[in-house]
Design a binder for this molecule. Structure first.
Ligand code: NAG
Ligand code: NAG
Ligand code: NAG
Ligand code: NAG
Ligand code: NAG
Ligand code: NAG
Ligand code: NAG
Ligand code: NAG
Length: 372
């Protein structure tokens, strides 16, 4: 293809141009510094030597779903220059070899939703310039290396759905610049390490869908920049972590599907930005705090399958609630008439409780789903 003849070419950007061709057997343009072929329909096996262009700084080949290839096992000749590597949403496979540690200028690595496997080499900790790592949707049946803690420029770490196991390394607490962590959908076990309390720049922390256990630590209340906290679908027990009341920037909180027990503290009323609250499938008991139903930004409230008792408190006029799920609790009494204030309510599930006198208010509403 064209690359062959344009030997002086340094920067080539063809992203979203439909080339739909098989990649050439060899690429000889050694002066390239910037190659962007995102979503060009390239397919077939990428020749290894592209990683060895000695001046390459940016290599973007992602969103070519049928493009295959492996990362070199030897020192990449681009290792001093390469700064950004994006292969996400392609069919690259194989292991991340030790040699990845030579990429000492790399600051952006996106290999998500490829077919990589094996383990993450310890040499990963040599990528000390890196600020963003996306490895989600690969199959690393291994632990994450403790050397990750050397990456002190790291801002964004996305390891969702990678089949990682073992405990969350304490050394993660050294990544004090980090503001995004997603470990969603792995097999991490053990407790949330104490050292995470150091990560006070975190905006997004998602540890949902693992096998974590123990109490949800109260130090979570120190992570006051958090806007998203996902701890659902684990084996946590003990009380609702009252430190959460400190997290006034929270927009979404998911503590569902664990074994939390005791009351929902009423001082989560301070979470005035909270839009989505998922606490279903625990053993929370006590009454429903009025302050909870009347959180000013709340649109989604999922409290099903707990042991909540008492009546539903009155709803305020300005409520934004759209989805309410209180099924499988021990709530009783009349449904408050103020439920008709919920002008935007589209889903209401009150099934498997002990309510009486429900239907007259509901007939006035545009409720799509309703069980009792
Ligand atoms: C790896 O390759 C780069 C670029 O060719 C070179 O500068 C560097 O010294 C090599 N590193 C090692 C440890 O061989
Ligand atoms: C990574 O760093 C360690 C310690 O400095 C060094 O021994 C090792 O050779 C490096 N490995 C790679 C692949 O860069
Ligand atoms: C990282 O954290 C561990 C455990 O928390 C600590 O022992 C170690 O000294 C820290 N390493 C660095 C490089 O700060
Ligand atoms: C709440 O946040 C403050 C900082 O604003 C912190 O000093 C305090 O320890 C936090 N409380 C809890 C319970 O985490
Ligand atoms: C919320 O209430 C709990 C006990 O009910 C208390 O321990 C905690 O410090 C309170 N948190 C805030 C931020 O007021
Ligand atoms: C409820 O939570 C338990 C763990 O506490 C989990 O095993 C189960 O699958 C969850 N059920 C649903 C319907 O989410
Ligand atoms: C809630 O559950 C806890 C632990 O099982 C129990 O000690 C407490 O008495 C219960 N509270 C209410 C109000 O039922
Ligand atoms: C209801 O939804 C509409 C459209 O999404 C929105 O503009 C309006 O502010 C909502 N009302 C309340 C009370 O949240």
């Amino acid at each position: 293809m064209m690359l062959k003849n344009l030997t002086q070419l340094q920067k080539l950007v063809l992203s979203y141009v439909n080339i739909s061709s098989v990649v050439p057997m060899s690429l000889t343009n050694m002066s390239l510094t910037y190659l962007d072929l995102i979503s060009t329909g390239l397919y077939g096996k990428l020749p290894d030597n592209i990683f060895h262009f000695p001046n390459l700084q940016v290599l973007f080949l992602g969103y070519n779903y049928d493009l295959t290839g492996n990362l070199p096992k030897v020192n990449w000749s681009s290792s001093s220059s390469l700064q950004q590597l994006f292969l996400g949403f392609s069919s690259f496979s194989g292991e991340l070899a030790d040699s990845i540690g030579y990429l000492k200028s790399l600051n952006f690595l996106h290999l998500a939703n490829c077919k990589f496997s094996g383990s993450i080499p310890d040499s990963f900790g040599n990528l000390t310039q890196i600020t963003a790592i996306f490895l989600g949707g690969n199959s690393f049946n291994s632990q994450i290396p403790f050397t990750l803690s050397n990456l002190n420029q790291l801002i964004h770490l996305d390891l969702r759905g990678c089949k990682f196991s073992g405990s969350i390394p304490e050394s993660l607490g050294n990544l004090t610049q980090i503001n995004y962590i997603s470990f969603w959908g792995n097999s991490f076990n053990g407790q949330i390490p104490f050292t995470l309390s150091n990560l006070n720049q975190l905006i997004h922390l998602d540890l949902s869908g693992n096998n974590l256990h123990g109490k949800i630590p109260n130090f979570i209340g120190k992570l006051i920049k958090l806007e998203f906290l996902g701890l659902g679908d684990n084996n946590f027990n003990g009380p609702f972590p009252c430190g959460v009341a400190n997290l006034t920037k929270l927009v979404a909180l998911d503590l569902s599907s664990s074994e939390l027990m005791g009351p929902i503290p009423s001082n989560i009323s301070g979470l005035h930005n909270l839009q989505e609250l998922y606490l279903h499938n625990n053993s929370l008991n006590g009454t429903l705090p009025s302050s909870l139903l009347n959180l000013p930004s709340l649109t989604d409230l999922y409290l099903g399958s707990n042991r909540l008792t008492g009546q539903i408190p009155e709803f305020q006029h300005k409520s934004k609630l759209m989805h309410i799920d209180l099924n499988h609790n021990e709530l009783r009494g009349p449904i408050p008439q103020s439920i008709s204030n919920l002008v935007n309510l589209t889903q209401l599930d009150l099934s498997s409780n002990n309510f009486c006198g429900v239907v007259e208010y509901l007939s006035m509403m545009r409720v799509e789903e309703y069980h009792s």
